[in-house]
Design a protein around this ligand. Structure first.
Ligand SMILES: [Zn+2]
Ligand SMILES: [Zn+2]
Ligand SMILES: [Zn+2]
Length: 167
């Protein structure tokens, strides 16, 4: 018998449009007793437009109307509300992206040299095989899986070829 697969692990669900994301963030903030202010909207928009997780410096340079101090505060608040995920790398710059619930399930390639983080998706068949393998490992310890995160650690193309990439 095939075990039921948690909905969050499907790799084929459709990415939300801007309005849907705004509605979802509004709902998450409401639960956290917070309002979706203009500044928070702009912040979410900047994250949506980013090609991958962004540092605070990258967010501020993407939208000059955002002040670094309020960006930091709002990112923490959005993270607590479950709308934003913080990606931890081994450099001092945390990177932020919209939570998978608002975007799509994916994985990261983290460059240990320049700290760059790239988003990537596996094809449905590979994701399914990965999921089954992880489920087997989890079941062996009685662990119940609701989601998985898997990051590749190594060097980005620029760093691997000896160049210097700016994070
Ligand atoms: Zn790199
Ligand atoms: Zn990502
Ligand atoms: Zn996955």
């Amino acid at each position: 018998m095939k075990p039921a697969e948690p909905a969050a692990l499907g790799s084929n669900f459709v990415a939300m449009g801007n309005q849907d994301v705004d509605d979802a963030v509004t709902a998450l903030l409401r639960v956290a007793d917070q309002r979706y202010t203009a500044g928070r909207r702009r912040l979410v928009a900047a994250l949506q437009q980013g090609e991958g997780p962004l540092t605070i410096t990258q967010i501020v340079s993407a939208d000059a109307s955002l002040a670094q101090s309020s960006v930091y505060r709002n990112l923490t608040l959005l993270e607590d509300a479950g709308a934003v995920t913080r990606i931890v790398t081994n450099d001092e710059f945390a990177r932020y992206e919209l939570a998978e619930e608002l975007t799509e399930h994916h994985h990261h390639m983290i460059c240990t040299r320049c700290g760059d983080v790239l988003d990537f998706e596996l094809d449905a068949r590979t994701e399914e095989a990965l999921h089954l393998g992880l489920e087997r490992a989890a079941k062996a310890t009685g662990f119940t899986t609701t989601d998985h995160r898997l990051d590749l650690i190594g060097f980005c193309a620029t760093c691997a070829s000896g160049g210097i990439s700016q994070p």
